[in-house]
Each structure stands twice: as structure tokens, then as C-alpha cells.
Ligand binder design. Structure first.
Ligand SMILES: [Cu+2]
Length: 498
């Protein structure tokens, strides 16, 4: 039986929320949100340089002074001299090479989140870049257009390194997506929106004290690395590429007037057709592309609203406060100054629906519980599972906690959410995705497609992308093999041969 998405109504759930204005009135204004709004910074778009047939990108990780707050410098990390990195444009079918230089005082790694690529190039915990070293992974981009991102992944330190600002976007383009009548003028009508959160010390420096339960969850949201941002459109329709790059925060995103908007893409690429909603949820690592229309001269706020029912996390003295009841203004949008022709009608179909053939597929179960997956925490020398074929699998991932939220990310893969049980929370799309949120008690059935890169010598990760959970060991490893091959990790896992 091929999986059909018969639960359309379920996936399309729309939540009616209380008026944001009323709720915002009782919340304290986060630091950096009073006073004049600043124009939204747009990271530079990097198209790379063709060297020996490879589209080559240079990323210099280093310490920088960021203007996250309006009036103080914040010592932070970034790429090429900026807080957050450039947006890298990767055309499908091309061979790319990254030259990642570590100009920091400590080891880190850079992972290409959402990319199907050989495990040796993945940038997970087994590809450390020591201070002063340059790591040069190379691969051929072979997946549909999507908004992916790059971020650090050193074992046990991912949350801290991401919090300091080592992140950027990767746009995969292909002829099919480029031909669509949707906004695609970078920084003009196609806008990156990188959501993070921080805590600050009095002097403007980052507060890096980890909460023993919530890690580096911040109380000050930022968009593209600043507080209190505004963007003035020059066109009547904007495409926002939303990324939850925070370490631990879930966002319930909506507009202040409750206007509907169109979701056109999930983590791993375009949806078959636009889906109209009034709010969407993002958990750390997830992306969504949305289209929103603006009238001449109007102002509307992209905001993070309270999660209905606290996303089913009990609101009692025994339960952690995951920040699901927080309400923030994130990004003010202003309509164009002058009227212009109405935007083209939205395409009814964006891409042909992908139907993964899961007949007879290998099925696996992943039970998430506190910091463990299937009763274990991460061991860098242990291979948790082997995939020795190139067909899709069905993974069932369950959150066994009744009072904790988690999510689940798989490297070198994308998936469709076949079904959701154990929660009333709406999941707004079945995919394609690479990260899925799991409210308490939720269980998802995923049809997972892996990149075809068997290699007995290197492992890929799957993990909770709430980075404090990941850093506490909520992660496992899989190796992809040809049939009959055996895992041969050699010295690699001692980090002496790479
Ligand atoms: Cu978790």
C-alpha cells in the first residue's frame, strides 16, 4: 500500500488565537525592543567562484563584534567578519567545494543541515576543524530546490557554538523552482528570516550561563542577528524564508492582524501546492517558506504567539517552562510606498507530489525520553544502526515524555510525515522535511529517503535538534553501506585519521 495523505484536514489545522495586542500588553518588552526599529540586515548572497569546475565558497569562522542590540557591541562569532554567515547559492547538479577556515580559539565543525551528501562531508561531530585549520569538503548538489542552513555540530558544544552565531543559509536552486511565478529576487522580495534568541549581560555581552534544564534558551529574540527589526517592501508580495536557528525555542509564527498567508515550502523543499494558514510552528532547525501580501503603506508585525494549550506541556509547578507561553514581536513589515501591479496569481501546483515507495520498507522505532533515544545516550564510537540499501525506510519516532517537548532531525535525508498520533497539535504539512517537532506524547510515522552515499568509514547522525538535549547526548549514529559491506570506522572515531 502506498502512503496517502488522507488526513489533509488534520495537517491543515489552523488555530485561532487571542488578540496578540491584548496579550503583548502584559508581557515585558525584551531588551533591545524599545526605541527606533532598525532595518532588517540581509546576509550577503554568495554565489561562489568556479575553480576547476567546482563552485567554491570560502567561510572564515571567527570572533566578531556584533550589533545585536542597538546601543552595545556584543562579542560573538560569525563568518567572514559578520555575525551569521553569507547565504550560499547552490545550483542543483553542480559540484561544490567549501573552504571552511577555523579562525576561532577552539575546535568546531560546520554541518550542512538538510543536505544529502557523503558522510565524510557532512560536518558532524566526526569532522572537527581545529583552530587555524581549513576543512574543504566537496560534493555534488543533487536534491530539489530548498532552504537549508549550515551550523556548528561539535559533540557536546553545538548549542553554545550556535548561540554565538555560527550559522548561515544555503539556498539550493533548480530550473523547476526558478520557473515558478513566486518572488525570487534575493533581499528584495525573497527575504531570509533567521530567528534566534539570546540572553545578555549588562554590558551587552552574551550571557552564556546554561540553565540546567533549558540550556541556552534566550529571552531576547532576534531576526537576522538584530533586535527590533523592520523591513519595508518595494513589492506587494514577499517570500519569507523562515528558519528557527535558536538552540531551544519553538516559535508559533503569525501576523499581528491574523492575516492568512501561503506556505509554499517546508524544510527540504517546495510543497506540491501552496497551503493557506494563519500560523505555523517552527522548532529548532525547521524551515518554512511563506508568501505574504502587503497593501501600500500598511504595517504588520510578524510575531511569535503563545502556543495554544502550551503545546500540551502541563502548566503546573512540576513542569519546565519551555517558553511556549511567550509572546514576542519579531519583525515589522511595511507595505510598499507606492502601488504597483497586483502580484501574479499563485501557481496552483508548485512541484509534482513526491510519492516515496515504502512497500515492504524496513521499519524502525525511535523512542525519545528525556535525554535518551531508545534508552541510550550518544556514544561517538557506537554505530546504532546500519542502512544497507538505497530504498526509503519507515521510521516511527515517539516522544515518551508527558511533559517535555522534543524534535527529531535526520542527516542525509528528507522525509514525509505519514501520520501523527498522540497529540492534538496541528502539524501544518507532511513535508518534505528533515526535522519534525514532537509535543508530549506525540508519535510520528515518517517515510524517509536517504542520500545514496554508502561508505563504511563514516557515520551520519540523527538527533533531537533542541541543542541542549542533543548536547546532553540525545543523538545516535547510522552508517550507510552497500549490501554485504561491513562497518569499518578504523581510527576515524578516535579523530586521528581524517
Ligand atoms: Cu529533545
Amino acid at each position: 500500500m502506498s502512503p496517502q495523505f488522507s488526513r489533509r484536514a488534520f495537517f491543515r489545522g489552523v488555530v485561532v488565537l487571542l488578540s496578540g495586542a491584548v496579550l503583548a500588553a502584559c508581557a515585558p518588552t525584551p531588551r533591545g525592543y524599545s526605541g527606533e526599529r532598525r532595518p532588517l540586515p540581509v546576509p550577503p548572497l554568495a554565489e561562489g567562484e568556479l575553480i576547476d569546475g567546482r563552485r567554491t565558497f570560502r567561510l572564515d569562522a571567527g570572533e566578531i563584534n556584533a550589533r545585536i542590540l542597538p546601543d552595545e557591541d556584543t562579542p560573538a562569532w560569525g563568518f567572514n567578519g559578520n555575525h551569521l554567515g553569507p547565504t550560499l547559492l547552490l545550483p542543483r547538479g553542480e559540484e561544490v567545494q567549501m573552504e571552511v577556515h577555523n579562525g576561532l580559539g577552539e575546535m568546531t565543525t560546520i554541518h550542512w543541515h538538510g543536505m544529502k551528501l557523503p558522510a565524510e562531508m557532512d560536518g558532524g561531530p566526526h569532522q572537527p576543524i581545529e583552530p587555524g585549520e581549513t576543512w574543504t569538503p566537496t560534493w555534488t548538489v543533487d536534491q530539489p530546490a530548498a532552504t537549508l542552513w549550515y551550523h556548528p555540530h561539535p559533540h557536546g558544544l553545538t548549542g553554545l557554538h550556535a548561540y554565538r552565531g555560527l550559522a548561515g543559509l544555503l539556498y539550493i536552486t533548480d530550473p523547476e523552482s526558478t520557473a515558478l511565478k513566486i518572488p525570487q529576487d534575493y533581499g528584495v522580495d525573497d527575504i531570509p528570516v533567521v530567528l534566534m534568541d539570546h540572553n545578555f549581560n549588562e554590558d551587552g555581552s552574551l550571557n552564556e550561563i546554561e540553565d540546567p534544564d533549558l540550556g541556552l534558551r534566550g529571552e531576547v529574540p532576534t531576526v537576522n542577528g538584530i533586535t527590533n527589526a523592520t523591513f519595508t517592501a518595494s513589492t506587494p508580495r514577499l517570500r519569507l524564508r523562515l528558519l528557527d536557528a535558536s538552540t531551544m525555542r519553538f516559535f508559533n509564527l503569525r501576523f499581528s492582524d491574523g492575516r492568512p498567508f501561503q506556505v509554499i515550502a517546508a524544510d527540504s523543499g517546495l510543497l506540491p501546492e501552496p497551503v493557506e494558514v494563519e500560523n505555523i510552528y517552527l522548532s529548532p532547525g525547521e524551515r518554512a517558506e511563506i508568501l505574504v501580501d502587503l497593501d501600500v503603506g500598511e504595517e504588520v508585525m510578524l510575531e511569535a504567539a503563545e502556543f495554544p494549550e502550551n503545546l500540551e506541556v502541563p502548566e503546573d509547578e512540576f513542569s519546565l517552562d519551555f517558553g511556549l507561553g511567550d509572546h514576542f514581536e519579531l519583525l515589522q513589515l511595511r507595505g510598499p510606498a507606492e502601488s504597483s501591479p497586483a502580484p501574479a496569481a499563485l501557481p496552483a501546483t508548485l512541484i509534482p507530489a513526491i510519492d516515496l515507495d515504502t512497500e515492504g520498507a524496513v521499519e524502525r522505532e525511535f523512542r525519545l525520553n528525556t535525554f535518551e533515544i531508545n534508552g541510550e545516550t550518544m556514544d561517538m564510537t557506537r554505530v546504532d544502526l546500519i542502512i544497507d540499501h538505497d530504498r526509503p525506510e519507515i521510521w516511527t519516532v515517539s516522544n515518551e515524555n508527558s511533559d517535555w517537548i522534543h524534535n527529531f532531525h535526520i542527516h542525509n535525508a528528507f522525509f514525509h510525515v505519514l501520520s501523527v498520533e498522540g497529540t492534538q497539535a496541528p502539524i501544518w504539512t507532511q513535508g518534505p522535511k528533515d526535522t519534525v517537532a514532537l509535543p508530549p506524547g506525540a508519535s510520528v510515522r515518517l517515510a524517509v529517503s536517504f542520500g545514496p552515499y554508502p561508505d563504511p568509514g563514516w557515520a551520519y547522525m540523527y538527533h533531537c535538534h533542541m541543542l541542549f538535549h542533543e548536547d546532553q547526548g540525545m543523538m545516535g549514529q547510522f552508517v550507510m553501506l552497500e549490501p554485504g559491506q561491513e562497518v569499518d570506522l578504523g581510527e576515524v572515531y578516535g579523530h586521528t585519521a581524517h
